[in-house]
Write a protein that binds this ligand. Structure first.
Ligand code: AMO
Length: 427
C-alpha cells in the first residue's frame, strides 16, 4: 500500500509505510545516507543506515531524480527540519535517472523560459510549477460546478471547421481530403446553433486555435477557451454569469489551497461581485485625460491597459465597444455605432470577450455585407437563424490567461502545459 507524503502527518509514530517518488537530494556519510524524497504532495527525509537496511548498497549510488519506492518506519520524533522522517528498511529502485540533468529541479538559479520549456517534463516537477496546474484544475472544477448548478449543458463542438469566426487572417489551414478546412478559432458559431436547437444554456471547455502573428507574453497559437452561450438573456446577464462563475471558482479554490499557494509565493485574493464596469467611451475619455490621444474606434494599447489597470486593479468590465471593432455576430446597441458587448479585464490583460448576439436573420445578413464576409461560407450557421432563433448572449474566457493573471505569472506560456507559439511546436 502506498502512502502519500502529505498523509504521513496523520499516521502514528512507528507506522510501517511505503512511499514512492523522486530522489530530490542525497547526502552520504559512509554508512549513513539521507535522501529527500518527493512525490506530488510534498517531500520527506529518508534516513538509511547500512546496518538497518536489506539493500543499502543499491541505494548508495542512486542519482538525483531517480524513482524509488521505500519501505520503512515513520519516526515522528526526528530532529530533521520537518520533525518527521522515514527510517528505511527496504528500497526498490524503479527507474534510474541519467546524469547530468538537462534542467535542475531544485536549483536556486532559475533557467530561462526556453530551456525550461524544452525540458518541460522536468520543469513541471518543481512544486511551484505543478501547483499552477493543480490550481487550474481546481478553478475549472469550480467553474464546471457553477455552470452545472445553473443548468448549463457541457458540450463538445468540432475543432476542424469550414469557416472563420473571429476574423479571416488568423486561421490555420488543414488538408481535409479533397477540401480545405481550418482549425477552429472559437466554438462561437456552434454554440449559437445550439441555442437555436433549444439547448437553452451551453458551455464548452476546449482548445481554440489562432494563427496570431503576435508573439507576446499573452498570445498563444493554441489556448483553452471556456465558452458559454445562453438563450433569452442579454449582455448584462451574460456579464453576471461571468463574474459569478469566476468569483465562485476563485473563492472556492483559495479556501482549498490558500496555505500552499502562499508558501509557493502566489498571492490570490478572494473576490467580491459585482466587478466594476466602465464603458469604452468613458475609458477613452479617462485615457485621453491621462495624455493619450485616442479616437473612437481605436483599440487600447498595452500602455492604455496599464493606465486603466492602475485605476481599477483586479477584475473590471469594459462595455459598449464600437461596432467596427467587434465580430459580425455582435448585437448593436440602440445607437448602432456601438455594440452590446464587453471585455473582462484582469489588471492590464483582457481575459474574456462577450456580447449579446444578433438573432435576427435579416440583421445578420446585412452584417455579413457590412463586414465584407462571403455569406456562402456561413450557410450552415445562417440556416439556424431562419427557423426560430431566440435572443441570446455569451462569452469566451481564456483559461491560460486567467490562470496566468490570477497567479501573477509573467508569461502565458507558464500557465500552459505545452505551449504552442510562433516558434514552438515541441514538446
Ligand atoms: P476573443 O477572440 O476575444 O473572443 O477570445 C476570447 C478570449 O480568449 C482568450 N484568447 C487568447 N488567449 C491566449 N492566446 C491567444 N492568442 C488568445 N486569443 C484569445 C482571451 C480572450 O479574452 N467568440 C468570442 C467570444 C464570445 O464572444 O463568446 C471570442 O473568441 O482570454
Amino acid at each position: 500500500m502506498r502512502t502519500y507524503i502529505s498523509d504521513l502527518k496523520e499516521l502514528d509514530d512507528g507506522a510501517q509505510v511505503t512511499i514512492k517518488g523522486w530522489v530530490q537530494e542525497t547526502r552520504k556519510i559512509k554508512n549513513l545516507m539521507f535522501i529527500i524524497l518527493r512525490d506530488n504532495t510534498g517531500t520527506i527525509q529518508v534516513t538509511a543506515k547500512k546496518d538497518k537496511m536489506n539493500n543499502y548498497d543499491q541505494l548508495y549510488d542512486i542519482t538525483r531524480e531517480s524513482v524509488i519506492s521505500i519501505y520503512g518506519t515513520l519516526n515522528k520524533k526526528s530532529i530533521s527540519k520537518a520533525g518527521m522522517e522515514i527510517l528505511g528498511i527496504e528500497i526498490e529502485i524503479l527507474s534510474i535517472a541519467e546524469t547530468p540533468l538537462p534542467l535542475g529541479v531544485i536549483d536556486r538559479v532559475s533557467a530561462d523560459l526556453d530551456t525550461r520549456l524544452n525540458n518541460r517534463f522536468l520543469d513541471l516537477r518543481k512544486p511551484e510549477n505543478l501547483l499552477i496546474f493543480q490550481f487550474e484544475s481546481q478553478l475549472l472544477f469550480g467553474i464546471r460546478e457553477f455552470m452545472n448548478r445553473e443548468n448549463f449543458i457541457e458540450v463538445h463542438t468540432p475543432k476542424i471547421v469550414a469557416a472563420a469566426t473571429e476574423g479571416g487572417a488568423d486561421l490555420f489551414k488543414v488538408e481535409y481530403f479533397e477540401k480545405n478546412a481550418y482549425l477552429n478559432q472559437s466554438p462561437q458559431l456552434y454554440k449559437e446553433i445550439l441555442i437555436s436547437s433549444g439547448f437553452d444554456k451551453v458551455f464548452e471547455v476546449g482548445p481554440a486555435f489562432r494563427a496570431e502573428k503576435e508573439n507576446t507574453v499573452r498570445h498563444l497559437n493554441e489556448f483553452t477557451s471556456i465558452d458559454m452561450e445562453a438563450a433569452f438573456i442579454d449582455d448584462k446577464k451574460a456579464m453576471e454569469y461571468l463574474e459569478e462563475a469566476i468569483s465562485y471558482a476563485v473563492n472556492r479554490t483559495v479556501d482549498l489551497m490558500q496555505s500552499r499557494l502562499e508558501k509557493n509565493g502566489y498571492n490570490v485574493k478572494k473576490l467580491e461581485t459585482p466587478f466594476p464596469r466602465i464603458t469604452y467611451e468613458k475609458a477613452m475619455e479617462y485615457l485621453n485625460k491621462k495624455g493619450l490621444k485616442l479616437n473612437f474606434g481605436d483599440d487600447f494599447s498595452p500602455e492604455a491597459n496599464k493606465i486603466l489597470a492602475e485605476k481599477f486593479l483586479g477584475f473590471y468590465f469594459i462595455t459598449g465597444w464600437p461596432a467596427d471593432m467587434r465580430p459580425f455576430y455582435t448585437h448593436p446597441d440602440t445607437n448602432p455605432s456601438i455594440t452590446k458587448s464587453f471585455d473582462l479585464q484582469l489588471n492590464d490583460i483582457e481575459v474574456t470577450s462577450g456580447a449579446q448576439r444578433i438573432h435576427n436573420y435579416k440583421m445578420l445578413e446585412d452584417n455579413f455585407i457590412k463586414k465584407g464576409l462571403n455569406k456562402n461560407n456561413f450557410e450552415f450557421y445562417e440556416k439556424a437563424f431562419k427557423y426560430g432563433m431566440p435572443p441570446h448572449a455569451g462569452w469566451g474566457l481564456g483559461l491560460d490567461r486567467l490562470v496566468m493573471n490570477l497567479l501573477g505569472l509573467n508569461n502565458v506560456r507558464e500557465s500552459t502545459l505545452f505551449p504552442r507559439d510562433r516558434t514552438r511546436l515541441s514538446p
